[in-house]
Design a protein around this ligand. Structure first.
Ligand code: WT7
Length: 660
């Protein structure tokens, strides 16, 4: 793979951190050496950021690898760490959450408020018979109760399983059944795209097939009528009348904190299990280090949904463990207008913004006039997560959101890693547009070839993690074998006689090291194309297309081709200003093919480019290349149930323009 990749990507722009940020950064360059010297001692110092009821005897027990135990013998309560200790330290009046509902209603919750609500919810769950070790499903919109529900579970040692509110009854049913959940916490609905969007009917449908569910706790958000059964309880009757007194019991460092199912675009979803001490340690440390979070002065905003791991680690646990003030937004970015995000930044004087490439590209498509209409001078740091960010999207983000001067942290991690693993440190790293740059202190990542050998700088291959980390997944819920097979059997000790004696975690992402050894993520390995014997990453061709001024977004797939094995087929969304009618469209296509060839080399020239109005995405914003491959190979479409917007494939087929 290394050969073909070596001549791809020739990004040379580099941006040092702003001097003032560097001078006051939470974490400085010394952290890398500190962690390299004694990794376990480093993580032990990070665990000391938390309040432990009982200190650990051993930092890491790796004797039953790859089943890890971190902070063995330690005990703590996650909710105590996120709430009580801030209140006890006299910071109860500090705002924890500035909540903005989609219709424009707002709520301000201080740490004392959040603590009180969480105590009441913990008592209410206990009254419903939930005990430590039970599983509770959470299916809520982005309202403060979502955070409260998670924290209340953590407080009583119940393992939560948050299911994204956009998922269907089937998806909810499967997840409840897989974890044998006892209670579901939901709402009548939430607001999406300017109108109420019901949740309760989906829960009713799921619960009918889930005999383990004993109770359903329902938050009233939209006030719409809902069907009611003997298992149902209103949150405002149950939780708000429960006692506000609740003493948090400490739990073992390895007590199961949550299960979160990976989005699973192909196979049966996996219940990724995270535990208590190591998870909170790394979530708290990375929020402090990567976002340079200053609880006294920052207003932090992560635009993710709590249904994804980003919402778990960087809305709930990381920021709250640090005592930060944050914004939480219920709705969509274009309701009631396309400037809603920037209006929120302006209104709450947001200083740190953490969002996804898919949103940045959407904003690019809408045009830079929109952010220009708001005062975003409060911003001091920008973050990105979820997919590789194309260099041009990165530049646009820096230019039009970051005033051409703010640092961007492109953070690579996964549901499985629990917390950020590869990212610039904002006060240290000279960033390159499109690169996640460097493993964080305490993280040992590498890029290896087919044989598991570390590739030299300039080479490409598979991203792996060579050492265990505190917030690593502990297993796949109920399926240790799947855990071993999916993550640990490709390289190293788990690969049997072809591996070494080290356990090596296979992340499933393609990556390359540039000449300076910095890491570039190239997308899921399933998305790498094989064209005339050359491995070409979909990400790189997409980035080349997006670097053309007429393209807002692009998706690339490998389609079966009689001569080249696979051929590159691209789908591109033109920018609002581009003329694509008739001849002009054909001309643009020809120009784009040449543009890619010029940028990446003739081997990467797409066989075919189609101009389309939209791209199919999962609900977490990832492009579903599988469906585009169906189009490219003239097949009928496969399973479209995880599509965010089911009409988009029709739109693509009918609005498609272009040919060979
Ligand atoms: C996959 C994990 C991590 C929270 C949200 C997604 C891709 C994630 C980046 C990044 C390139 C990235 C990878 C990874 N990914 N962040 N900064 N650069 N790729 O969690 O749903 O578990 O997805 O998202 O392919 O493996 P997830």
């Amino acid at each position: 793979m290394s050969e073909a990749l070596a001549n791809l990507l020739n990004e040379t722009r580099q941006f040092p951190p702003p001097a003032e940020l560097a001078a006051n950064a939470n974490v400085t360059a010394g952290a890398y050496d500190e962690a390299a010297g004694d990794r376990l001692a480093f993580w032990e110092r990070q665990a000391d950021r938390l309040a432990w009821a009982q200190k650990w005897d051993q930092v890491l027990d790796w004797s039953n690898a790859p089943f890890a135990k971190w902070f063995v013998g330690g005990q703590l309560n996650v909710a105590y760490n996120c709430l009580d200790r801030h209140v006890e330290a006299g910071r109860g009046d500090k705002v924890a959450i500035h909540w903005e509902g989609e219709p424009g209603d707002t709520r301000t919750l201080t740490y004392a408020d959040l603590h009180e609500l969480t105590c009441r919810a913990a008592n209410a769950l206990t009254d419903l018979g939930v005990v430590a070790g039970d599983r509770v499903a959470i299916y809520l919109p982005m309202i403060p109760e979502a955070a409260v529900a998670m924290l209340a579970c953590a407080r009583i040692g119940a393992t939560h399983s948050v299911v994204f509110g956009g998922f269907s009854a089937d998806a909810l049913t499967n997840r409840i059944q897989d974890a044998s959940a006892k209670v579901v916490i939901t709402a009548d609905g939430g607001y999406r795209r300017g109108k109420p969007s019901a949740l309760k009917p989906t829960v009713d449908e799921a619960v009918a097939n889930c005999p383990t569910i004993e109770h359903v706790l329902v938050v009233r958000r939209t006030g719409e009528d809902v069907a009611w059964s003997a298992k149902d309880h209103w949150w405002h009757e149950t939780v708000e009348s429960a006692s506000a007194e609740h003493a948090a019991q400490p739990f073992d460092a390895e007590h199961p904190l949550f299960i979160l199912y990976t989005s699973g675009t192909t196979a049966r979803p996996k219940g990724i299990l995270h535990t208590t001490g190591g998870y909170l340690t790394q979530a708290a440390y990375t929020a402090h280090a990567v976002f340079d979070l200053k609880p006294e002065s920052d207003v932090y905003w992560c635009t993710a949904d709590i249904g994804w791991v980003t919402g778990h680690s960087y809305i709930v646990y990381g920021p709250l463990a640090n005592g930060a003030t944050q914004v939480m937004y219920e709705g969509t970015p274009d309701t009631p207008h396309k400037g809603r995000f920037w209006e929120i930044v302006d209104k709450y004087r947001v200083t740190i913004l953490y969002t996804a490439p898919t949103l940045i590209r959407t904003m690019m498509k809408w045009g830079e006039d929109i952010p220009a209409g708001f005062d975003m001078s409060s911003l001091r740091l920008l973050g990105s997560v979820g997919e590789p960010i194309n260099p041009e999207a990165w530049m646009w983000y820096r230019q039009h959101v970051g005033r051409g001067e703010l640092p961007i942290v492109d953070t690579w991690w996964q549901t499985e890693t629990g917390a950020i693993m590869i990212s610039p440190l904002p006060g240290v790293t000279e960033t390159k547009p499109g690169s996640a740059m460097t493993p964080l202190p305490g993280v040992v990542a590498d890029v290896v070839d087919d044989q598991g050998r570390s590739v030299p700088n300039g080479g490409g291959g598979y991203l792996v993690l060579r050492e265990p980390w505190p917030s690593m997944l502990r297993t796949v819920w109920g399926d240790d074998n799947r855990f071993l097979e999916t993550y640990w059997s490709r390289f190293g000790a788990g690969a049997g006689n072809t591996g070494g004696d080290q356990w090596i975690y296979f992340a499933g992402d393609g990556a390359k090291k540039d000449d300076d050894g910095h890491i570039w993520l190239l997308g899921r390995v399933d998305d790498v194309m094989l064209v005339s014997g050359h491995n070409i990453s979909t990400t790189e061709v997409e980035s080349a297309l997006v670097s053309h001024p007429s393209v807002a977004e692009a998706a690339v797939v490998g389609a079966t081709d009689p001569t080249t094995g696979q051929a590159i087929v691209a789908f591109a969304i033109p920018r609002g200003t581009a003329d694509i009618s008739g001849e002009a469209g054909e001309q643009l296509i020809a120009e784009l093919r040449n543009h890619v060839a010029k940028t990446l080399g003739p081997i990467a020239k797409p066989r075919q480019i189609m101009l389309v109005p939209e791209l199919p995405k999962t609900r977490s914003g990832k492009i579903m290349r599988r469906l585009l491959r169906d189009v490219a190979e003239n097949r009928s479409l496969g399973d479209v149930t995880t599509l965010q917007d089911s009409s988009v494939m029709e739109l693509i087929s009918s609005g498609m323009q272009g040919g060979k």
